[in-house]
Design a protein around this ligand. Structure first.
Ligand SMILES: Nc1ncnc2c1ncn2[C@@H]1O[C@H](COP(=O)(O)OP(=O)(O)O)[C@@H](O)[C@H]1O
Ligand SMILES: [Mg+2]
Length: 255
């Protein structure tokens, strides 16, 4: 009884039957007159819904790393956005126990006109930290990101790799309970990515759970405890990274 309760408490992310669709305007460039005439006739039902996630269920435990793999358009980013609360699901439930740091889109949560330093405070504030807490972590962020010399530059002058360094370093400094990473590491150079991986493993040892969407299958194999394969919005395979990656590569060869 106690062990099953501990099991439940260990689950820091629970995604239950989550579905998400987007609405598309089929003919975006219709004239106003045509739209009006169709509206009056009741024939303007040109929008279509497109199902992006279909009844997704999985969970991630404390200190566990989940790899999310799948082709472009499979729904990986949408899934992470729904979990982070950037998007709402149409149906289903998401339970998160603890703090979440999302590194989902480059530049998200940042302002291009502000300097790197201002953005550290802005972004940390958005993630729920007080000024004092950021002051305490600032030196770590500057050292880890290796951006000390560029920290007074406006963010719009940063390369995509520098933006990733900043975003990753802020989230990694927070030591969140749940860390969401969407492809962001792909823009980093090999040395920095290796440094991020070491930090990811360190946070994992301290109990942070990770959900990492990536096409870098070699690195996923190294760090992930389990993987899910998303195909057209559904989980088609779930299990040990080696097995899931093998199915993914087999499927993409036959596609
Ligand atoms: N905001 C949006 N509005 C409409 N369609 C979207 C939006 N975001 C994603 N999509 C569509 O959802 C599908 C899944 O996209 P995405 O989750 O980004 O896939 P992945 O990250 O696996 O490449 C794609 O067909 C994409 O065009
Ligand atoms: Mg994506």
């Amino acid at each position: 009884m106690l062990s099953s309760l501990e099991n439940v408490m260990d689950k820091v992310v629970e995604v239950l039957e989550v579905s998400k669709s987007f609405e598309y305007v089929k003919e975006p460039y219709k004239s106003l007159k045509q739209s009006f005439v169709e509206f009056m006739r009741g024939t303007n039902v040109e929008n279509r819904r497109f199902q992006v996630l279909q009844s997704i269920t999985f969970s991630v435990s404390k200190g566990e790393i989940l790899g999310i793999i799948g082709s472009n358009g499979a729904g990986k980013s949408t899934l992470l956005k729904v979990i982070s609360g950037i998007l709402y699901p149409d149906s289903g439930k998401i339970f998160i126990r603890g703090s979440v740091a999302p590194l989902i889109e480059l530049g998200a949560g940042f302002h291009p006109e502000f300097t790197g330093l201002e953005n550290i405070y802005l972004n940390s504030y958005v993630l729920g930290l007080t000024k004092k807490e950021v002051d305490d972590k600032l030196d770590w962020i500057l050292s880890f990101s290796e951006l000390r010399d560029f920290i007074n530059w406006p963010l719009k002058c940063y390369s995509s790799g520098m933006q990733m360094r900043l975003g990753f370093s802020i989230s990694a400094a927070l030591e969140p309970d749940v860390f969401l990473i969407d492809e962001s590491l792909a823009v980093g150079d090999a040395r920095f990515v290796e440094k991020c991986i070491q930090r990811i493993l360190e946070l994992k040892r301290n109990g942070t759970a990770f959900l990492i969407a990536s096409h870098d299958l070699e690195n996923l194999k190294k760090v992930a405890d389990k993987c899910i394969l998303l195909e057209k919005g559904s989980i088609t395979k779930e299990g040990p990274p080696d097995e899931v990656i093998q199915v993914y590569l087999g499927n993409s060869c036959h596609a």
